[in-house]
Design a binder for this molecule. Structure first.
Ligand code: ADP
Ligand code: NI
Length: 220
């Protein structure tokens, strides 16, 4: 193992501890378990895709530490992630790549971007996979609850084709979030492995929403 790889591996270990500290207080679906699932999935995808694994791992572990909801004052420049990478002595070029990926991963409605690098594609897929399926359902309701959102309101229809500004401003119900984001994700996956996993999770989530509406409407 060369020196750069050894130092990146150490940074990966430290990044897990750093994320643990940052997310200790969060219960809005951004707890450290989300970060660790994204880390594990991103690692598997990066291995399958022949991407540079530690770069994907660092981006996965740091992808939400400057999240706009969690840390609005650092989200623009990714200050926490940047400072962490500097302190770890990660070389400037690698740090740039990691910060670049973090800037690309988020869902922003019609303003979402496809990451340029294969490492970025893996991290974005991993983050999106964690938003769908059984865990994704739980996260959506946990998030909605933390914001005081209604689970469902038949009077409020979902909005289609929102751009980033509208998506961020939306105060819609959690059931609408399925239509506004979660059901869109399976067709937005970058890698084949993620597309396959997403198809299964999407089926489960659609069956869940059908059942939810049946019960709500007194038909089950
Ligand atoms: P990510 O960590 O994937 O970038 P976000 O920061 O957008 O996701 O949101 C964190 C979690 O909260 C995700 O599971 C997401 O689907 C969910 N979430 C975001 N916005 C809403 C909303 N308006 N209603 C319900 N759940 C939401
Ligand atoms: Ni995330």
């Amino acid at each position: 193992m060369d020196k750069r790889e050894e130092s990146l591996r150490k940074a990966v270990r430290e990044a897990a501890a750093f994320a643990e500290k940052v997310f200790r207080e969060d219960h809005s679906g951004h707890d450290v378990s989300h970060t660790m699932r994204v880390y594990r999935t991103a690692t598997a995808l990066a291995e399958a895709e022949g991407a540079e694994v530690p770069v994907a791992q660092l981006a996965a572990l740091l992808h939400d530490v400057d999240d706009r909801k969690l840390s609005p004052e650092t989200s623009e420049k990714k200050d926490r992630a940047a400072a962490f990478l500097r302190e770890q002595g990660v070389d400037a070029e690698t740090a740039e790549r990691v910060l670049g990926i973090i800037g690309e991963v988020s869902f922003r409605g019609t303003d979402s971007v496809t990451p340029e690098s294969i490492e970025g594609k893996c991290v974005q897929d991993a983050d999106r996979l964690d938003a769908i399926g059984a865990v994704g359902i739980a996260r959506a309701f946990a998030y909605g609850g933390s914001r005081g959102r209604a689970m469902y309101d038949p009077e409020i229809p979902p909005e289609n084709g929102m751009d980033a500004e509208r998506y961020y401003a939306s105060e819609s119900t959690t059931l609408n979030h399925f239509h506004e984001k979660l059901f869109l994700l399976k067709d937005m996956m970058n890698t084949r492995t993620a597309r396959e996993l997403a198809a299964e999770r999407d089926r489960f989530m659609r069956a869940y929403v059908d059942e939810f509406l049946k019960e709500w409407n007194g038909q089950a």
